[in-house]
Design a protein around this ligand. Structure first.
Ligand code: ACO
Length: 326
């Protein structure tokens, strides 16, 4: 069975930078509080009229260019998002049209794990020989679904998109070795946007209660995130007979620097192996992993032959990992 390989990466973040300093003038918070607890200094915020598919198309174009592929070469588009442009159609379809592709396209709802879920789905399609060029995008505009009066959530998130182009691996050694997806729907309540679906359709009453915004039990999320990510990385290493010491780069979902530090400490992997950009973007949900991967590739830090572990967790709770040789 042929493995898959990522041959192109790209990312896009909106121009507007919202710093902790600027936020602390609007709500009761401080740069010191936010940075010491999360590692975040600033985040990007989409401008009015800039939608999830707009961010996605910029990231996708950059990834296709790196891959040396045209939009018409793509035979499947997967977008991980929880902030689609609208409930229907899928943002992946809007992206397809903006790119000038006619590939089948669908969204995956796995919150911050959306890109890992998308990558795993793409990997299955390529391994089975069904698809030969899959575009996986993580794109979210969380600035539209956070309550800017709620200091416990609004300081954490930012807007961005990241993209990966995946094709069959032709090298003897290399590509995606395995992917590992998990979930625990019994934890749905600790991180959610209650309204806007069939449970609580939008109404004046629902809006007055603020149920259209992200609600989170940060402490619970933190505990489950550390536990789940440690076991997901161990699973990826065990599945391939690889020791933690052999891993050259950790591409983690950037939810909170303290989460990444805690996970790597438990795995005895030095923090220098993690590529970190949370200080500039905050938590960009499904965009986080492909944005971080793209920065690692374009900065020249990730070299051909390096072993790379990617890991992410988000609302659901949904989480996963992958091990690949770049
Ligand atoms: N500025 C100043 N004070 C604040 C802020 C803020 N922005 N937010 C909360 N506080 C206050 C609280 O009101 C509380 O005050 P009190 O003691 O007087 O009641 C105090 O700070 C401590 O609040 P905690 O919620 O206990 O703070 P904690 O140390 O747990 O940090 C945080 C909160 C940063 C959210 C942490 O729990 C966390 O990062 N959890 C993980 C959440 C996460 O990553 N979510 C992202 C989505 S899921 C994912 O991607 C994995």
């Amino acid at each position: 069975m042929v493995r898959s390989r990522i041959v192109g990466t790209g990312h896009y973040a909106p121009e507007f930078v919202l710093t902790n300093e600027a936020l602390s003038k609007r709500i009761d918070t401080s740069d010191e509080w936010i940075f010491s607890r999360t590692g975040i200094r600033e985040r990007r915020v989409a401008r009015e009229g800039e939608h999830t598919s707009d961010l996605a198309v910029e990231a996708a174009k950059r990834a296709l260019e790196m891959a040396g592929k045209k939009a018409t070469d793509v035979d499947l588009i997967i977008v991980g998002t929880v902030t689609a442009d609208m409930p229907m159609p899928a943002s992946a379809m809007l992206l397809q049209a903006k790119l000038g592709s006619n590939a089948p396209a669908f969204d995956v709802s796995a919150a911050c794990a959306g890109s890992i879920y998308g990558l795993s789905i793409a990997d299955q399609f390529i391994r089975s020989g069904t698809k030969r060029c899959v575009l996986v995008v993580g794109a979210d505009v969380l600035s539209r679904v956070v309550d800017w009066e709620d200091r416990t959530t609004c300081v954490l998130f930012g807007d961005a998109a990241g993209a990966m182009v995946m094709v069959p691996e032709t090298r003897e050694v290399g590509g995606v070795y395995s992917t590992h997806l998990h979930g625990d729907g019994s934890q749905a309540d600790i991180l959610k946007i209650p309204a806007g679906g069939s449970a609580f359709p939008l109404s004046a009453d629902v809006l007055a209660q603020g149920l259209q915004y992200v609600k989170m039990n940060g402490r619970e999320v933190f505990k489950i995130a550390v536990r789940s990510l440690v076991s997901a990385v161990e699973e990826a290493l065990d599945a391939n007979g690889v020791a933690a010491s052999e891993v050259a780069h950790i591409i983690s979902h950037q939810a909170n620097l303290r989460i990444v530090e805690s996970v790597l400490d438990k795995l005895s992997i030095p923090m220098e192996r993690a590529i970190v950009n949370i200080q500039r973007y905050g938590n960009t949900s499904s965009a986080s992993v492909p944005v971080t991967l793209d920065e690692g590739v374009r900065s020249g830090r990730i070299h051909e032959g390096d072993l790379v572990v990617m890991m992410a967790i988000g609302a659901g709770m949904a989480w996963g990992s992958t091990l690949m040789r770049w």
